[in-house]
Design a binder for this molecule. Structure first.
Ligand code: NAD
Length: 324
């Protein structure tokens, strides 16, 4: 398989690229190394991929660069590049969300339309649901995002569906539920929690801690992406970890693994949803999705990786994932 991975230097994109290379696929990894968080983290992610046979790096902005030639020989395009972050999407900072989530996706789909790509797999988000009316949530529920970020992810998902139904682009949109694991983005709760436990710095907990999430381990996510790409299935599917845990419970688990955490409780933030929980029947029936990593095992991996230096953690994670 020849794959294009957009956002290859990011958290999930670097794990996906690694997984595809482990499976013997060739990967063209596209990333512009945006400054949403420290680009040195992304540099390190991509540096490890550069050493691997079958990986080619391409540094460009999907919102402006010509893409068709890059997709010409691809069997699958995994489109993960985007501007994440719910809280930062309010106010003056909205422009990158438009460009990196909506415009970039439209340009990816337009380029895919003119090539023989077998599948476009888009990293959508549970944020499209907002405060869902029912849990676990099924894909047929009307999405009602409660943040500008969620609105842009939904708009991009609609573009995927539009190009699929009108222009013959075979798209799969996977609604990812809070992804975690080694190399998780530094603005996300688990990274901040583990770092707080190991450094003694305070952890800012927004809300009463009773908000719950369906946390999904990154190996399960990248496995699902490849399974979806290889199957004939198209459409929209939830990808969740299979259990719902409150933030207070997560804090207790991390404390048990890594030591006491100095909690600073703050009011919940605009755009934070109360609960998420995925019904994953569609993904299971469509392409055999089955999450394998429990929250306890996944958190232990994250803590182990954080205790090692970055280089060692990367080697250990790569070896464990290759053997999984
Ligand atoms: P990330 O920020 O670590 O990775 C995104 C990458 O995309 C970055 O390396 C960035 O430099 C790159 N990028 C952004 N705009 C680009 C552009 N125009 N051209 C080229 N490269 C560009 O984020 P992540 O957590 O790995 O998330 C990956 C995708 O999954 C995102 O689309 C995100 O919305 C989606 N998602 C993530 C989660 C999660 O829990 N992490 C949950 C749901 C959905």
């Amino acid at each position: 398989m020849r794959a294009v991975v957009t956002g290859a230097a990011g958290f999930i994109g670097s794990h996906l690229s690694q997984h595809l290379l482990d499976k013997g696929d060739e990967v063209l990894g596209i990333d512009s190394l945006t400054d949403y968080y420290d680009p040195r983290r992304k540099e390190r992610n991509i540096a490890h991929l550069r050493n691997r046979p079958g990986f080619v790096e391409c540094r460009l902005d999907l919102a402006t660069a010509p893409l068709e030639m890059l997709f010409e020989k691809a069997d699958v395009v995994y489109h993960l590049a985007g501007q994440p972050g719910v809280r930062a999407s309010w106010g003056e900072e909205f422009a990158p969300y438009l460009s990196r989530n909506i415009l970039a996706t439209q340009r990816v789909l337009e380029a895919a339309r003119n090539t023989k790509v077998y599948k476009v797999v888009y990293a959508s988000s549970s944020s499209v649901y907002g405060d869902a009316e029912t849990y676990p949530t099924t894909e047929d529920l009307t999405p009602r995002p409660v943040s500008p970020y969620g609105v842009t992810k939904l708009a991009a998902e609609h573009l995927c569906e539009l190009y699929r139904t009108t222009s013959g682009v075979p798209t799969v949109s996977l609604r990812l539920f809070t992804v975690y694991g080694p190399r998780q983005r530094p603005d996300m709760a688990f990274t901040r929690l583990v770092e707080a436990a190991l450094s003694g710095d305070p952890f800012l907990l927004y809300g009463d801690g009773q908000q719950s999430r369906d946390f999904t381990y990154v190996w399960d996510v990248v496995t699902a992406m490849r399974q979806a790409a290889l199957s004939p299935w198209v459409g929209v599917a939830n990808i969740g970890g299979g259990s719902r845990t409150t933030m207070n419970e997560v804090v207790e688990k991390v404390q048990a693994l890594a030591g006491p955490i100095h909690l600073v409780r703050l009011p919940s933030q605009r755009g934070d949803v109360r609960h998420t929980a995925a019904d994953t029947t569609t993904a299971r029936k469509g392409f055999g999705y089955h999450p394998r990593t429990t929250l306890d095992a996944g958190l232990a991996n994250m803590v182990d990786a954080a205790r090692l230096g970055w280089e060692q953690a990367h080697e250990a994670t790569a070896a464990a994932e290759a053997g999984a």
